[in-house]
Design a protein around this ligand. Structure first.
Ligand code: GTP
Length: 931
């Protein structure tokens, strides 16, 4: 009969597992289970084995002490410990004390476990002791030590009990030191250390399990692991009452009635409140959930539009941070402009930004239309940009950067406020034929003036180019020019300093060629003119003849009903000078000559020369502002500080108001007649400007800021822009008959928009005066059967004046006709190219509404515009943005074919609409055709 292990263990008073081990040791192999069973024979073997081993008959204390002091080689098997007492354990110090002479003893760490006293230690510990290696002497010593230790332990135990009784509960807790093994404390030399690979042990040591630094201790007091309470399920919300508290119920003296009324009132107020006060509404608790959600949605929308301005404020009120855009650069909404301005020079990028169109679209058009592959940073020409803009439906204009010189020109032309203007002296130029008395007249006026100073006080002996006299408290400035050519030269350089002209005509000589030329120059300049009929002191003069000659030059005297005042004077005899001066002042008054003296001075150089000892000297005449000593000036290519100033009597002056002629020193070089001068802020700026002009060879830029077309082709080109309606001509012929013939043919050209304007006509070759006049008036010189003088030719080349030579009168007439017709603006004629019917429409989000059409007749071209016809009514006209066949872009679609058309600027196309394509042709007009 089989015997169960647990029954045998019970019988033997052993633990089942211990028994199984013992069985195994006894040679009875068993399963490691208390339910395993053995036969009676095997039971006998085991019992015999156990009896053979025997049991130590020692007391528990002795056993404990002995175990403690007995060197251990094997780890005691703690699993056979059944119960543990809480007997006080010897501390390390006490152990050391008690062990006193135990230096030679070797303790294993496991030996420290011997301090634990078990109730059944006699049976269990004895199994594991290995004492065969101990000799008798050591045993005796051990027994002595054990006795000493036992006594010490007993003492310690008693003390400990007493201490325990005396100490509060918290002190009774065991400390770490209490568990330090008796002989195994750090620093003790009684332990035998066996490093791995030690020669004392040839066998490889099994890898020791990591051991706790603490020895085995007594069983802790029963401790129940606290149970973490499971999270309670959410309490269900209290059920709302099924019956709603309506206003009717609450109003019946309900305690909520007042609250409800107040709430309703508040809601009403919030509804009526200005939206700007809505931020108050966003405060939590003041809104219903629906309203708050709605408002947040609106604010998010605002936020998406941009976080500037009000949007950002609202974000702040709500207390949310604006969402970060995922894009690196927030490009914002793309604005598709229909008008744009771009600064030249421009790149694809700048054009794209200016028009609000993607650069890809521009590059695509350039590739398709011009076959050019461009990069985004490539500079593109203005005409190309215009074509691209037209293709994209943008009206493009160009903005040009102002250079330094343009800035100066701007200063020159800067208009002053009317309230800043004050009356200024007139600047008068004296013109006339040789020896008619111009110089005598001016000299007489000067001498009669109180300011005339005899001699040249300043030491400058050059000819004085301008004078200022005073008459009846009014100043008049006279400019003495070498002649009408110089007058026009000044004008051709843009120095229109003259306010009026005194034309000196000798009464005894009448109108002479240079008189006629002067008249032409004056008329071309457009300034008022007063005729001084000089030398009336001479006998035998025929005033009526002179008047008639003037009339023949289209200068009709006022006494003959004309507009030109003719004043009879004698420069030599000082007759009629008051009348002349009064007439000049009256004319000046009529023309309201005014200037702003409180601004940087602007004017012109009348003459420049070099003076020994003073360097360059310039005769300047101030037109606007006041010139002062120390001003930084640029004049033509010259610049410098105004070092000294002299008036027309060579007196030093400090400042020169408008219309004052002054000689100045201080410029680094001699400027030319007609050069403009401008006062700038710093000498550096003046130097920079001067160097720029010198470098670029644009010496006449300042002087020529009024430049215009100089050739017939220029005139035609400018005429298209509608800038010129007059064709200014200077006729020079070999005979009066030729002149008469040409004039009569030219006068036949009559048209309300264009006309020929003969500035000057004369017999003989083309001279410098003619060229100056043409240059100043942007006129063409017609030379019929005559040639130009060499100097005139050179001057014409220099001044870009065109001299056209003819030998056949009809050629002259034909050219002039062609020029006039070219000046007429072309007629714009619509030409219908084809019609298409909208069969179907397709909406494509990227593009818009595309009309699927069939071409009924003619052709539809990509560059055409179309009339949109709906119900026989023309709604509007639009450019074609896209024309496709299938998926391909095409330039034209012919009759009978189908195509897709996208209109630019119209997205409401419908089935049944009719698209009438047309193009606008420019038709050249003729003088004979009606306007
Ligand atoms: N009898 C008389 N002779 C005059 C009068 N004015 C000028 N003359 C004389 O005419 C001559 C020419 O005078 P200018 O003043 O030199 O004439 P101009 O127009 O300045 O001559 P250019 O400088 O060569 O262009 C001189 O001999 C003068 O004396 C006048 O009123 N009466």
């Amino acid at each position: 009969m089989k015997i169960r292990i647990f029954a045998l263990a019970k019988e033997l008073g052993m633990d089942s597992k211990v028994l199984i081990d013992e069985c195994n040791k006894a040679g009875v192999k068993l399963k490691n289970s208390a339910l395993a069973s053995i036969t009676p024979d095997e039971r006998d073997i085991v019992i015999a084995y156990l009896e053979q081993k025997g049991k130590p008959a020692v007391s528990s204390e002795e056993s404990s002490a002995q175990e403690t002091l007995t060197p251990q080689r094997e780890q005691p098997k703690m699993r056979n410990i059944k119960t543990m007492t809480s007997r006080p354990q010897p501390s390390r110090s006490s152990t050391q004390k008690s062990s006193g002479t135990s230096d030679e003893d070797s303790y294993s760490e496991e030996g420290a476990s011997g301090v634990v006293v078990e109730q059944e230690e006699a049976e269990t510990v004895s199994e594991d002791e290995v004492t065969t290696s101990q000799d008798d002497e050591s045993i005796e010593e051990t027994e002595e030590v054990a006795e000493g230790r036992s006594a010490a332990l007993k003492r310690r135990s008693e003390e400990s009990i007493e201490e325990t009784a005396a100490k509060p509960e918290s002190d009774q807790a065991m400390t770490r030191d209490d568990y330090v093994p008796a002989g195994g404390a750090s620093g003790s030399n009684i332990r035998e250390m066996k490093p791995i690979g030690s020669t004392r042990s040839s066998k490889p040591q099994p890898k020791a399990k990591p051991k706790s630094a603490l020895p085995n201790v007594a069983a802790p007091p029963a401790y129940k692991q606290p149970v973490i309470p499971k999270p309670k399920k959410k309490e269900e919300k209290a059920q709302k009452p099924e019956v709603r508290l309506t206003a009717d119920i609450l109003e019946q003296k309900s305690p909520l009635a007042a609250h409800l009324a107040q709430h309703t009132e508040q809601k009403k107020k919030e509804k009526d409140r200005d939206p700007q006060d809505d931020d108050l509404k966003t405060r939590r608790g003041s809104l219903s959930l629906v309203e708050a959600r709605k408002q947040r949605r609106e604010q998010r929308k605002e936020g998406r539009r941009g976080f500037s301005g009000e949007g950002s404020e609202q974000q702040d009120v709500v207390g949310r941070r604006p969402r970060r855009s995922k894009r690196k650069h927030d490009t914002g909404n793309v604005v598709h402009k229909t008008e744009a301005e771009v600064e030249v020079p421009m790149t694809v990028r700048s054009l794209s930004e200016a028009m609000g169109r993607p650069a890809k679209a521009i590059m695509s058009i350039m590739f398709k239309e011009f076959g050019e592959m461009v990069t985004i940073n490539q500079i593109i020409e203005e005409d190309v940009a215009l074509a691209v803009a037209m293709e994209l439906g943008v009206d493009l204009t160009f903005k040009r950067q102002r250079g330094a010189l343009e800035s100066v020109t701007e200063i020159i032309e800067q208009e002053d406020a009317p309230e800043d203007l004050v009356t200024r002296p007139p600047i008068i130029t004296v013109l006339g034929h040789v020896d008619h008395g111009k110089t005598t007249l001016v000299d007489t006026l000067r001498k009669s003036n109180v300011k005339v100073v005899e001699g040249e006080a300043g030491g400058i002996t050059q000819h004085i180019a301008a004078y200022q006299i005073e008459y009846n408290g009014h100043k008049l400035t006279f400019v003495d020019t070498p002649g009408h050519a110089a007058f026009s030269e000044m004008r051709s350089r843009g120095a229109n300093v003259t306010d009026m002209v005194v034309l000196v005509v000798a009464a005894d000589d009448g109108v002479m060629p240079q008189t006629a030329e002067s008249i032409s120059h004056v008329k071309a300049s457009g300034v008022p003119m007063v005729v001084a009929l000089n030398k009336i002191d001479l006998p035998d003069i025929n005033e009526q003849k002179v008047m008639q000659e003037l009339a023949s030059q289209n200068v009709l005297p006022s006494e003959w009903g004309g507009e030109t005042d003719v004043v009879r004077v004698s420069a030599l005899k000082e007759m009629g000078l008051d009348n002349l001066l009064e007439t000049l002042l009256l004319t000046a008054e009529l023309h309201e000559l005014k200037a702003n003296p409180n601004r940087p001075a602007v004017g012109a150089c009348l003459e420049g020369f070099r003076d020994e000892g003073r360097g360059s000297v310039a005769w300047l005449i101030v037109q606007k502002g006041t010139l002062r000593i120390g001003d930084a000036v640029i004049c033509g290519k010259s610049y410098g500080y105004i070092r000294a100033m002299y008036d027309d009597t060579d007196q030093q002056i400090e400042e020169a108001p408008p219309s004052t002629p002054v000689k100045v020193t201080g410029l680094d070089s001699v400027p030319g007649a007609g050069d403009h001068f401008v006062v700038v802020e710093t000498i550096d700026q003046a130097r920079e400007l001067a160097e720029e002009r010198r470098h670029e060879g644009r010496a006449d830029t300042l002087a020529r800021h009024s430049g215009g077309p100089r050739t017939l082709e220029d005139i035609l080109g400018s005429a298209i822009e509608g800038a010129i309606q007059d064709l200014p001509l200077i006729l020079k012929a070999d005979t009066p008959g030729s002149l008469e013939a040409i004039r009569s043919e030219i006068n036949k050209f009559e048209h309300p928009e264009v006309r020929v304007k003969i500035l000057h006509e004369g017999i003989g070759g083309v001279n410098e005066s003619d060229v100056y006049l043409a240059s100043a008036s942007n006129a063409i010189i017609i030379a019929f059967h005559v040639v130009a003088e060499d100097r005139a030719l050179n001057l014409a080349t220099q001044e870009d004046v065109e001299i056209r030579r003819y030998s056949i009168i009809y050629e002259v007439v034909d050219d002039i006709r062609a020029s006039l017709e070219g000046m007429l603006r072309p007629e714009l004629v619509q030409e219908q190219t084809g019609r298409a019917l909208v069969l179907q429409t397709f909406s494509i989000s990227r593009y818009g509404k595309i009309a699927g059409c069939r071409v009924l007749n003619g052709t539809i071209n990509r560059n055409d515009r179309v009339h949109l016809i709906r119900d026989q009514k023309i709604l509007n006209q639009y450019p074609i943005a896209s024309l496709k066949r299938e998926k391909d872009d095409v330039k034209e679609v012919r009759e009978g074919m189908e195509c897709g058309i996208l209109l630019s600027g119209f997205n409401d196309i419908k089935e049944g609409d009719l698209l009438e394509a047309f193009r606008i042709n420019e038709v050249k007009r003729t003088l004979d055709s009606s306007s």
